[in-house]
Design a binder for this molecule. Structure first.
Ligand code: SER
Length: 306
């Protein structure tokens, strides 16, 4: 029986994931650095994942055997304070690894990102294995994390599974500080009938995935037998690709009105070093990745949510 701990459980991905486990009746402890929110249903512990002793105590107290480590400072926000971002992204991951080895944790999930790529990665269509030259401290930390996964699997047989997420689209908790956030901001503006100023150029193509597909990817990769995973780093996945202008037009064709002004800022420079499209065939082959939400399905479901 899985006894799950989630760190960063109040973030965009964590808040959706803990709900899925709770609704399924799986034992799950949500943790985050903030005080316990009033509306959370599953058990909650306030935890600063930089404090290894506190992490160890929670893992022991609840006899945790599976960890989803979702703490991270995202790409754009990370650039404001690179030293702090490195510390939060890497030291928390090292703490998870250390505690996992001590407590014989059987499986860990850790998200990587399309931010690991760079201009040398063949950005028109990024292969699973390619040259990686990230330009943000977030991307550098994710690439380092991918190398650590491989290292600790080789040396300690520690089973860490990972996906390189594109922009994740959801209408619940906002991501806060990512380059792909424009798409969520655009959806919220169109629901409210407000104009939107987009911080990327209208023709900047990026890969995206809808939250429901992101969650099913995590569940799939965590459920498959380890022997099916042909790599011990991180898998590319893709829902669909879009540009801000294409997305704006698709919103309009679904009956919502939105006026968008385009005013690119420093995030455009980061986006220029990220993939336009990518090859996710290895994820399909190894653990059955099969996205259900394309551009139109995503817009329809996102705009119908309350
Ligand atoms: N969505 C993330 C970001 O924009 C990428 O992993 O930072």
């Amino acid at each position: 029986m899985d006894r799950i701990l989630i760190t960063g459980a109040l973030g965009q991905l964590g808040s959706a994931l803990q709900k899925v486990f709770y609704d399924k009746g799986v034992f799950v402890i949500a943790t985050d650095i903030r005080d316990c929110p009033k509306d959370i249903e599953c058990q909650y512990e306030k935890l600063d994942a930089l404090c290894q002793d506190d992490l160890l105590n929670i893992v022991k107290k609840y006899e945790i055997n599976v960890i989803y480590h979702l703490v991270a400072i995202l790409s754009a926000k990370g650039e404001k304070n690179p030293f702090r971002s490195w510390k939060i992204n890497m030291e928390t991951f090292q703490n998870i690894i250390d505690v996992s080895i001590k407590c014989k944790i059987k499986k860990i999930f850790w998200p990587s990102s399309i931010a690991v790529f760079g201009k040398g990665s063949n950005l028109k269509y990024v292969p699973q294995n390619t040259f990686m030259d990230p330009t943000t401290v977030y991307g550098v930390s994710k690439l380092a994390g991918e190398k650590l996964i491989n290292y600790y699997f080789d040396k300690y047989k520690l089973d860490i599974r990972s996906i390189r997420f594109p922009g994740i689209i959801s209408m619940g908790i906002k991501p806060g500080g990512g380059v792909t956030d424009y798409i969520i901001e655009m959806l919220h503006a169109s629901k409210k009938g407000e104009d939107y100023t987009c911080f990327l150029d209208k023709d900047k193509r990026l890969p995206m995935v809808y939250m429901e597909d992101a969650i099913s990817a995590i569940i799939s990769i965590m459920s498959v037998e380890r022997s099916k995973l042909s790599i011990s780093s991180s898998y590319n996945i893709l829902g669909f690709t879009t540009t801000p202008e294409e997305f704006q037009l698709a919103i309009k064709s679904n009956g919502f009105n939105i006026a968008v002004n385009y005013k690119a800022d420093y995030r455009q420079k980061i986006a220029n070093t990220w993939p336009e499209n990518l090859d996710d065939n290895l994820a399909k082959k190894d653990w059955g990745w099969s996205p259900k939400f394309g551009l139109d399905e995503t817009i329809k479901v996102a705009l119908s949510l309350q």
